[in-house]
Design a protein around this ligand. Structure first.
Ligand SMILES: Nc1ncnc2c1ncn2[C@@H]1O[C@H](COP(=O)(O)OP(=O)(O)OP(=O)(O)O)[C@@H](O)[C@H]1O
Ligand SMILES: [Mg+2]
Length: 320
């Protein structure tokens, strides 16, 4: 099943809304964890900048009973009323978004909906004009810069893989593991057995064990994407942001990527922005649809894809 009927599907530069694995029986409980939540905590440096909001409250029986502070306290990340303007154009308009611990959230929406801008706000790349953005047990993301946010456990993968092509796959992972030390110190540093174990496990997870000794430059596009995901994983992020990770991958690579992301769910919180609806359908529990800088719909894929306003948002794009 596709989001839109075949005859009404826009063609977003081949990234398409086509296809589907007919997997409509997905749970609508994206705020629950599927595995034991891993809370790697925050580096010591941040403890003084944390404002405690109290212990996490259990989820109430009905969401409507929840107060704002209860809702805040049971999410690892939230944005409230975030607005971003570029020369008067509102890229985000009072955007409110909550992410649960260990949740894999898919964010979809037509081109220009504000998906990447939302990630830019979370990672400190773009400062909003107004609104609030909080992470973990009380870190105000709007007071941190990009480096601090990354050190605090929010990793981001951009669409284009950025690996060191002339270095081996292993060395790329090693560099990522030792970050933020300088490259020179990292190259000179020796790995301790724990580090070696971490790299080996990560290689296995991203299915690159056999490529460990090869230069990253000879990897396929999909393998480079996995290597970059591996480079983020060795830093043990609490939240991973992935912007269109399967663009340009072969169908087999897309399927493997879905397996990889599903294996990360529970241990990490993930925000996955994607245009490939078949892929989204294969991994999604809860989907957030952005349009014109705000949340248009949220729920399981079957529900949001049947909403007239969602279809209209994609159709509107086609008519432009
Ligand atoms: N630095 C910028 N300066 C001016 N306008 C910008 C800037 N960044 C984003 N925009 C505009 O903000 C809007 C939202 O852009 P954004 O990249 O967040 O959309 P998106 O949902 O990620 O789209 P796509 O699916 O094409 O990647 C677009 O109209 C875009 O042109
Ligand atoms: Mg984008």
């Amino acid at each position: 099943m596709s989001l839109l009927p075949a005859e009404t599907r826009p063609d977003n530069s081949g990234r398409g809304l086509s296809g589907g694995r007919g997997d409509d029986g997905l749970r609508n409980d994206g705020l629950q964890n599927n595995g034991p939540p891993v809370n790697p905590g925050l580096p010591e440096d941040f403890s003084s900048r944390i404002r405690r909001r109290g212990d996490r409250a259990p989820a109430p029986p009905f969401e409507s009973w929840e107060t704002k502070s209860e809702r805040r306290s049971r999410h690892v990340l939230f944005l409230e009323d975030i607005s971003v303007s570029f020369d008067g154009f509102k890229a985000l308009s009072n955007l409110t978004f909550y992410l649960g611990e260990g949740e894999l959230r898919c964010v979809i929406g037509p081109n220009g909906a504000g998906k990447t801008t939302m990630m830019d706000v979370v990672t400190g790349r773009t400062r909003p004009d107004s609104g609030e953005a909080w992470y973990g047990d009380g870190l105000n993301l709007l007071e941190l810069d990009e480096v601090d946010i990354s050190l605090a456990g929010i990793g981001r993968k951009f669409q284009k893989p950025s690996v060191f092509e002339s270095l081996t796959v292993w060395r790329n992972l090693e560099l990522a593991l030792k970050a933020p030390k300088t490259v020179l110190r990292t190259l000179l540093a020796r790995l301790d057995p724990g580090d070696r174990d971490c790299l080996e496990k990560t290689l296995e997870l991203v299915r690159l064990t056999d490529q460990a000794g090869k230069p990253a430059g000879v990897l396929s596009h999909g393998q480079k994407q996995w290597l970059e995901i591996g480079m983020l994983l060795v830093q043990k992020p609490r939240i991973l942001l992935l912007d269109e990770p399967v663009a340009g991958m072969t169908p087999a690579e897309i399927e493997r990527t879905a397996e990889l992301l599903l294996s990360l769910e529970g241990g990490h919180s993930l925000i996955l922005v994607e245009h490939d609806m078949e892929f989204v359908r294969s991994v999604a529990k809860t989907v957030t649809v952005l349009h014109q800088g705000r949340v248009l719909a949220e729920g399981d894929m079957a529900r949001v894809s049947s909403l007239p306003e969602v279809m209209e948002a994609y159709l509107g794009l086609e008519e432009e």
